[in-house]
Design a binder for this molecule. Structure first.
Ligand code: ADP
Ligand code: MG
Ligand code: MG
Length: 305
């Protein structure tokens, strides 16, 4: 998954913690083998290559959940944005800025509603490719949490890298896990988020990007333009019991921006998520459910939305 992960388990004794860790690591590699869009042998690569593929239950389950999030977010999350991600060079590091005609052509091939999925296979129209990169780490976090719970582990911190973190239970001393939220414009943390039995995911323009002629281009694509999303945000962090929801919704909210994003939050209380938006001017806005769990570092100001 192209990142560094840190998995911390607290078991009854050293041995049970170690076993949980080993099982978790094996699970990450197994899921990566199925889901990675850059591994030529993955099920997703097979689907992109042939336009049709049989899927294992895990892949089918995640694809189905991802398509649901695409629909709920009105296409702000769109797992078929992949050809645009490629065209901008984010898959190879050979960055370029496609011209308007190319962007329009790319835009014509972004449409998650044209992915068809049945029990054990999926298909895609010609010219389309899909990528579960916006949800895979969150889904993996949920899977690791479930495996740990089956082993009666009640305290774990599953940090899947690039700000996708799931806190299983509290710390062994009973206090919540404390996660620093990175300042997108600086070196340090702009605040601390307390998590207990919850996940968080951050999507931001500062994690993977390149610059051309003084303009910054990042890896989160607005499906409406096939270009990097410019919604006035530097980053957005989502907190929810579900790692999958955190990952998928943070990407979607980054595309939506503050106004659409907070409207979405009001419209979907059943999704049980909260959000922390960092705006381009460096200011912060957070939804009411984070009031007690987020503490600002000195020198920063926030407001409730
Ligand atoms: P990270 O990869 O840093 O965790 P995200 O979870 O936001 O960040 O996922 C971004 C990845 O998802 C991109 O690298 C790209 O492959 C894919 N992607 C980009 N834009 C979208 C989008 N609008 N909808 C779905 N997937 C996207
Ligand atoms: Mg992610
Ligand atoms: Mg995401």
């Amino acid at each position: 998954m192209d990142t560094v992960m840190t998995l911390t388990y607290h078991g009854q004794d050293r041995e049970s913690g170690r076993e949980a860790l080993e099982e978790g690591v094996a699970e990450v590699y197994e899921l990566e083998d199925l889901l990675s869009v850059t591994a030529p042998d993955s099920e997703i690569s097979a689907l992109n290559e042939a336009g049709q593929a049989y899927l294992s239950p895990d892949t089918a389950q995640l694809l189905s959940a991802a398509l649901e999030l695409c629909a709920l977010t009105g296409g702000a999350l769109d797992i078929t944005a992949y050809p645009a991600v490629e065209a901008w060079g984010f898959t190879t590091g050979e960055y370029r800025v496609p011209n308007q005609a190319e962007l329009e052509e790319l835009g014509d091939h972004i449409d998650y509603t044209r992915v068809s999925l049945d029990q054990e296979s999926a298909s895609l129209p010609d010219g389309m490719k899909l990528d579960l990169g916006a949800v895979a780490k969150g889904y993996t976090a949920d899977r690791l949490a479930k495996l740990a719970q089956e082993r009666d582990i009640t305290s774990a911190l599953l940090d899947l890298g690039q700000s996708t973190i799931l806190a299983l239970g509290a710390k062994p001393d009973g206090s919540p896990w404390r996660i620093g939220i990175q300042d997108p414009q600086g070196e340090g943390y702009l605040g601390v988020l307390e998590l207990e039995g919850q996940a968080m995911g951050t999507s931001g323009g500062y994690q993977r990007y390149f610059e051309r002629d003084g303009v910054r281009y990042w890896h989160i694509i607005d499906p409406a333009t096939a270009a990097p999303a410019r919604s006035g945000l530097l980053s957005v962090t989502v907190v929810s019991p579900s790692g999958l929801a955190c990952d998928g919704l943070s990407t979607a909210l980054f595309v939506m921006g503050l106004e659409r994003g907070t409207q979405f939050w009001r419209d979907y209380p059943e999704l049980e998520f909260e959000a922390l938006f960092i705006l381009e001017d460096g200011s912060l806005a957070l939804t009411s459910g984070l009031k007690d769990s987020f503490t600002l570092a000195q020198g920063y100001e926030d407001r409730e939305v």
